[in-house]
Ligand binder design. Structure first.
Ligand code: GLC
Length: 478
């Protein structure tokens, strides 16, 4: 690399760090998170808040850089915002939920944290992913600091327990996956992802793994048993029923419908005509595959959702073979999935009548814009983590090289529009924090691959969980 080029990259990184520094949110003198965006040119709306999902990339980066206090403060403060009792008012958030976001407010000269569980969001969407990401951040904190004592504190044990109770409760449902409403995750508007969206399932799996490592068995045996029962069934369900490659497409193409009883091959009664199989037949490379966006009664959503697929690799939800096939697909369909800005949130976009019916004519989610096929730079860190885990680092390097020259000039936009992500998102914020930290984290993971273990999981073994099982709850001296 030329010296001049190196100097430019270094100054770009320095600028990114400076911008990230400015985004840090302080509460009673302590750093507790990062605001979503610092765009001075438009009304802040709720972008002046710290979103749990938006903070993830900053949190991991801070942990790698030894600034663990911010993450610890974040975990402690957000835990206090978790309702511990069920509310009589059904419009209030239920026990165990973690808010979508929070902000600092001043009243009579005193600072308070105000939580938003979606009440202030458009369409009052439920942030199901928050409690799952919270578990993942807690586990990353413990992995980085080796400070188990934080997770073993009674308030943290209670917080985790309440999250697990929410996730593992008996429901009107017969699947091991988590049933959620539309917009319950990063895609927080209607996009036809109600039911069993992959993003939630991948985060659910990672959160179960995290809880299994951190919950003290003694005193939580019921929850630990429930996790042990759910983990293998959830994993097998996703690996089998969500998987799409040419062999599976062939099998599905010849499915018969209307089969009754336990012997049914077409278990979800997928009607073949609901699938764009001619397009998939053209699009699927021979060596590639991916996990479907959603599987439910007569429903197989064949859209490729990036976050869910990458987190499935990182969390070990996808098998080793499937992980390689997903990376093959990204490599072979680079123009569609990465294009000029890593990376597309979902492919393909919903268009025409489908767009109108499924999004409810959402003007922000027109085809190839925002959630509906826009390109989101934050996804770059997950691409880097998945690339490290599958030994395909060159794919992450290529993505960083594409993004690097544009992000600074474009002032770190929230998202890009267009088939290839060449247009700065129509309503994208500038100086979006997770764009900045996602880029820095992607670079960090490539340079320092061992850091991926903060978020990744290896195949599940008994040894990994024995530590918490040997720990006696009574022996903890808080
Ligand atoms: C948008 C995104 C959401 C994000 C929020 C703050 O609503 O869809 O995922 O958390 O902005 O950046």
């Amino acid at each position: 690399m030329q010296l001049e080029e190196l100097v430019t990259i270094k100054s770009l990184e320095a600028e990114a760090w400076e911008a990230l520094e400015k985004a840090i949110m302080y509460y009673q003198g302590h750093a507790v998170g990062t605001v979503a965006a610092l765009d001075g040119t438009v009304d802040a709306l709720n972008y002046d808040q710290c979103f749990i999902r938006d903070f993830v990339s900053s949190a991991i980066l801070f942990l790698i850089k030894g600034r663990t206090d911010i993450v610890r403060n974040f975990l402690e403060e957000t835990l206090k915002l978790q309702p511990k009792q069920n509310q009589l008012d059904a419009y209030r958030p239920g026990r165990g939920m973690i808010p979508a976001s929070f902000k600092v407010v001043s009243r009579n000269g005193e600072e308070y944290l105000e939580a938003d569980f979606g009440e202030h969001a458009i369409a009052r969407v439920t942030p199901v992913d928050s409690c799952l990401w919270w578990m993942i951040i807690l586990r990353a904190y413990v992995a980085a600091t080796k400070d188990y004592s934080l997770a073993y504190q009674p308030d943290f044990q209670q917080g985790m327990r309440l999250i697990m109770e929410l996730c593992l409760a008996t429901r009107f449902d017969m699947y091991p996956t988590l049933l959620v409403p539309d917009g319950a995750c990063m895609i927080d508007r209607r996009l036809g992802i109600y039911g069993y969206p992959l993003e939630i399932q991948s985060l659910f799996y990672a959160a179960l793994r995290a809880a299994r490592e951190l919950l003290i068995c003694n005193g939580n045996q019921d929850i630990v048993n429930a996790i042990d029962n759910r983990l293998p069934v959830l994993r097998a369900h996703i690996r089998k029923h969500y998987w799409i490659d040419l062999a599976r497409l062939n099998a599905i193409y010849r499915y018969k419908g209307e089969e009754y009883g336990t012997g049914a091959v077409n278990q979800f009664n997928i009607y073949v005509d609901s699938l764009p199989y001619y397009e998939l037949d053209r699009w699927l490379p021979k060596t590639g595959g991916y996990l479907a966006g959603n599987v439910g009664p007569s429903q197989l959503d064949t859209r490729f959702f990036t976050l869910g697929n990458l987190m499935a690799i990182i969390s070990d939800l996808a098998s080793e073979e499937q992980s390689q096939a997903i990376m093959n697909l990204i490599e072979k369909r680079w123009e569609d999935l990465v294009g000029d800005m890593p990376m597309k949130i979902v492919f393909p976009a919903l268009a025409g009548e489908e767009y109108r019916i499924i999004t409810g004519c959402d003007p922000k989610n027109i085809p190839w814009s925002y959630h509906n096929g826009g390109n989101w730079p934050v996804l770059m860190w997950m691409l880097a983590a998945a690339a490290v885990k599958t030994n395909r680092v060159c794919l992450a390097e290529k993505a960083i090289e594409i993004a690097q020259p544009r992000l600074k000039d474009d002032e770190w936009p929230e998202y890009y529009d267009g088939r290839k992500g060449r247009l700065i998102g129509k309503q994208a914020r500038k100086y979006q924090t997770w764009t900045i930290s996602g880029f820095l984290l992607a670079k960090e993971l490539v340079q320092n691959p061992s850091a991926v273990t903060l978020v990744s999981f290896e195949p599940f073994t008994a040894e990994q969980v024995s530590r918490a099982c040997e720990f006696e709850i009574d022996s903890f001296d808080s």
